[in-house]
Design a protein around this ligand. Structure first.
Ligand code: HAM
Length: 415
């Protein structure tokens, strides 16, 4: 029986995995400079957690969740994103009692039952960051600047930062009703999903990707014209700070994001090199969620990067360079082969990556293998070398060669 990975679910193999590891290492270093600590969150949560936070009117909750009953009949969902879990964790562990703001980051797989296509999987990885306990626009600016720095340190060019404020509980009702008035006149021409959204959450129509709906909603009232004074001041201060820190952004009044928990600041990073699924990261404020999950009033903000999309962009710009062994030991004959294992162990103890052939083969074939692996040095031991107590060496990059005494150290060669 031959098995394949499920549709929309991918293995991550060498050499791509080296780009992933490099990206994760850079991200961790950037996060630590800004005071973020790692949290590891569970992959399964109770379904209700996502329904209540992401919102019933969203595509994620409406169509895309992997939900199943466990053996005791509880409804469990494979997490479609990390923010809801981070909020649950914050409230459950009373992290509000620690000095504010608390800053966390996480990485891991997320699950959405979407139609797989380029840049869209059913299992995909996110690297997310969340800050709890500050309503100040300085934290909005900091998190956007941090994401910007992270992407540029990774070597991403030509990304666009789209930014919007979607208001708060105070100003959104008036905005919603003026949107409703606008959509009502041509409602029969919108897609069936948008007709539903009109009833459940008209703001979602601004997020619809159907061509006709995009055309129809041109000229819709803009949220930024409906912000209350507090939201306006918050947004203006954020823009001022981004300008001060030379962070480029594009204002997009139609940016509402695909999840319902957002308030005020919302942003998305897009790249034209990604094709139809062009968002590489997205985030925003969610000032009500901690309270809704039974915690104290705690403003919060965060973002998540889609790792597959990030890696696709990095692969285009840098290629995947696989690391290679420093030394390949070619052995000819049983005794030499044993000696090769001893030398390899000695090298590994010194922190050097050494490879062996693991089966008897001609010198020519072993040299070919060393070359294919990209080894820097080949050590050669045969019967003659054993008799003379030496090892022959060759640097495959420079062509230099020589020999050393088997009893002495060869560290001089490999510093
Ligand atoms: P999101 O926009 O749903 O936000 O997802 C963030 C990123 O995950 C997207 O920009 C995209 O790169 C990637 N992504 C989403 N769905 C897929 C998919 N099916 N296949 C591949 N990549 C995908 C959130 O999840 C929020 N939790 C972000 C956040 C954190 N907001 C505040 N804090």
């Amino acid at each position: 029986m031959k098995y394949n990975a499920l549709k929309g679910v991918e293995d991550i193999l060498p050499p791509d995995i080296f780009i992933w590891q490099r990206a994760e290492a850079i991200a961790k270093s950037v996060f630590s400079r800004y005071g973020f600590s790692e949290i590891r969150l569970p992959i399964i949560e109770s379904t209700d957690l996502f329904v209540r936070s992401i919102g019933e009117s969203t595509d994620i909750v409406g169509k895309e969740m992997y939900t199943f009953p466990d053996k005791a009949g509880r409804s469990i969902t494979l997490r479609p994103e990390g923010t809801a879990s981070a909020v649950r964790c914050y409230v459950e562990h009373g992290l509000n009692n620690l000095p504010s703001p608390q800053k966390f980051f996480y990485t891991g797989p997320m699950f959405r039952y979407e139609r797989p296509q380029k840049g869209r999987q059913r299992q995909f990885y996110q690297m997310g960051a969340e800050v709890f306990g500050s309503a100040h626009p300085s934290i909005d600016a900091e998190i956007i600047v941090m994401l910007n720095n992270l992407l540029s340190e990774l070597g991403l060019k030509e990304v666009k930062f789209e930014l919007n404020s979607i208001g708060c509980e105070q100003c959104r009702p008036a905005y919603k009703s003026s949107l409703t008035d606008f959509f009502r006149s041509k409602l029969d021409q919108y897609c069936p999903d948008c007709k539903n959204r009109f009833i459940t959450n008209p703001l979602r129509i601004l997020d619809c990707k159907v061509e006709e709906c995009i055309e129809l909603r041109k000229g819709a009232p803009s949220v930024t014209d409906h912000l209350c004074d507090a939201c306006r001041t918050h947004f203006d201060e954020l823009l001022l700070r981004l300008n001060l820190m030379n962070t480029k952004y594009t204002l997009n009044p139609n940016l509402v994001r695909g999840l319902d928990y957002y308030t005020r600041t919302a942003f998305e990073v897009t790249s034209e090199h990604l094709g139809a699924q062009k968002a590489v990261a997205g985030g925003g404020r969610y000032d009500r969620l901690v309270k809704e999950f039974g915690g104290p009033e705690t403003p919060a903000i965060g973002f998540a990067i889609g790792m597959e999309r990030l890696i696709a962009l990095l692969k285009d710009s840098e290629g995947a360079a696989a690391p290679a062994p420093k030394v390949f030991i070619a052995a000819l004959g049983d005794e030499a082969d044993r000696q090769a294992s001893v030398i390899a162990e000695d090298l590994r103890k010194k922190g050097i990556w050494a490879e062996l052939n693991y089966s008897s083969a001609s010198l020519k074939s072993q040299m070919r293998k060393a070359d294919r692996l990209g080894a820097e040095y080949v050590f050669i031991i045969g019967e003659n070398e054993l008799k003379d107590g030496i090892v022959q060496w060759k640097n495959l990059k420079t062509g230099d060669q020589g020999q050393y005494d088997i009893k002495t150290t060869f560290e001089v060669l490999i510093n």
